[in-house]
Design a protein around this ligand. Structure first.
Ligand code: BES
Ligand code: MN
Ligand code: MN
Length: 471
């Protein structure tokens, strides 16, 4: 590596960024204009077009080989720059697909017409668009960091990129691809920016992701919709029954009632919980940001514990009966709900889905029939903080933010990370630069310009420190 002194290296990165920042922002804006919504087949051509744009960007950033790898679903872009087999290899993962934009009427500007606005947490401006933070903006930081390192001739190690287009719908094609390409994807550390950090003045490194078990339930009562006067009171109303069944899944302490649900849950020691509680957090600011008078959750745990180290059960959608204008007097034949359970280390997604199914069937009264259909799921993940990947990341953050990062377990899920460990035998470092207030998956998603540029600045330092520590 041509620049050894970290201070000089950082100055060099900073000046490259300030010279090119308008172009960096414009390139991201172009990428965000393409509605690469993987969940909606109406956008399939846009998803495919996005893959082409990423491919071109990796070639321009200096990859020696870039290919669009076909899969049973959307393609995966693989890129590499291998400079020396003696040096370590960093595998960068990200996703180019985005969540659907609806409810579209709640966006203050169109989701695929990116625009820069300032917010309370982003006084320097943030790019508003679907996918700005999750994950196009964060993924693209890595492309620009690579550009910096190749242009300046200071890429310290080998790098591989693997960018997928189905993360938001469960990564099944990526799982298929990883299992078939272990050799090609061999690496010494996996680097992902698809999570968040505490705030722009307090960096954190995500050290845990929750697993996921996701099911859809269908409750059937009578064989047709009925007049609610003629039949009401005499036959089971599937919506009433479904509501009761769902309500019974949590007790008065908001503890989940499914037998066996907590059997394998990893309990943290009091020391570990005390360590977690040191992270800066204001309950008032949290409530204010969400316009709620009180929080809600499992008794005996703090808000930060509830949304990271504890498993949950939530209804994501519920429907049935008449929801149109006016009042129709009807007892519907069917009611439905989509239910997700966030899981913590040692809980197995398949096992939880099975426990849920058994329990849900067992609590259904004879007056209805119940069908449970599993959707995608995945296991949680914990990054140990004593490995060189974590240490290198922390050193990089310490340089660019001026203070060390805090390890923090997140409530979100990236199920493919557990599979990476199983198939590729390597640890993942989650260098996320988003903020909770960036509204990922919500209307008005955005990504701070500060965060975008800080990411580009921090990533090359990770490469440097990881390579040094690897020896
Ligand atoms: N990037 C998110 C996950 C995330 C965000 C983790 C913030 C931690 C902090 C990812 O794109 C996502 O949305 N994952 C889904 C799961 C997936 C199987 C649909 C999730 O967590 O709901
Ligand atoms: Mn994501
Ligand atoms: Mn997402």
């Amino acid at each position: 590596m041509s620049i050894i002194n970290p201070k000089i290296l950082m100055e060099n990165i900073k000046s490259y960024i300030s010279q090119h920042k308008d172009r960096f922002i414009n390139e991201l804006i172009e990428l965000l204009k393409i509605p690469s919504i993987s969940a909606d087949s109406a956008y399939s051509q846009d998803v495919l077009n996005t893959a082409d744009v990423i491919k071109d960007s990796l070639i321009k950033a200096g990859c020696d080989k870039v290919e669009i790898c076909e899969t049973p679903g959307y393609p995966i872009i693989y890129g590499e720059k291998l400079i020396n087999p003696e040096l370590p290899t960093v595998l960068v993962y990200g996703h180019y697909d985005v969540q659907p934009a609806d409810p579209i009427e709640l966006w203050t500007s169109p989701p695929f017409e990116p625009i820069i606005k300032t917010t309370e947490t982003h006084p320097d401006g943030a790019i508003f668009a679907r996918g700005a933070c999750d994950d196009k903006g964060q993924m693209y930081m890595h492309v620009k960091a690579l550009e910096y390192m190749t242009v300046n001739g200071n890429l310290p190690c080998n790098v591989k990129f693997m960018i997928e287009g189905e993360e938001e719908i469960g990564s099944s094609s990526l799982a298929w691809y990883v299992k078939r390409n272990q050799e090609k994807l061999s690496n010494d550390v996996i680097l992902i920016s698809d999570t968040g950090m505490i705030s722009n003045s307090q960096p954190s490194i995500t050290t845990g992701l929750r697993g996921l078990s996701y099911v859809e339930v269908e409750v059937t009562g009578p064989n047709r919709d009925l007049h609610s006067g003629l039949y009401g009171g005499a036959v089971a109303n599937p919506i009433n029954i479904l509501s009761k069944m769902i309500a019974s899944l949590q007790d008065e302490n908001n503890h989940i009632t499914i037998p066996g649900f907590y059997d394998n849950v990893e309990e943290l020691s009091l020391e570990e919980r005390a360590e977690m509680a040191k992270a800066p957090f204001s309950l008032d600011a949290y409530k204010n940001a969400l316009d709620i008078d009180d929080v809600h959750g499992e008794k005996g745990y703090t808000t930060n514990e509830r949304n990271s180290i504890r498993p949950t059960l939530d209804v994501n959608g519920i429907w049935g009966g008449y929801t149109g204008e006016g009042a129709k007097t009807v007892i519907a034949s069917k009611a439905y709900a989509k239910i997700s359970m966030r899981l913590v280390p040692n809980q197995k997604s398949e096992n939880i889905t099975e426990l849920f199914t058994k329990h849900f069937e067992s609590i259904a009264p004879k007056s209805v029939k119940v069908k449970v259909t599993p959707h995608h799921g995945g296991e949680g993940y914990v990054t140990p903080i004593d490995n060189i990947g974590y240490k290198a990341a922390n050193k990089a953050y310490t340089e660019t933010f001026g203070i060390p990062a805090i390890p923090q377990r997140s409530g979100g899920s990236i199920p493919i990370v557990a599979l990476f460990e199983k198939e590729l035998k390597s640890k993942t470092i989650l260098m996320g630069f988003g903020l909770d207030s960036d509204a990922i998956h919500s209307p008005n998603e955005h990504f701070g310009i500060f965060n975008y540029l800080k990411g580009i600045e921090t990533i090359p330092l990770f490469y440097k420190y990881f390579t040094e520590m690897f020896k």
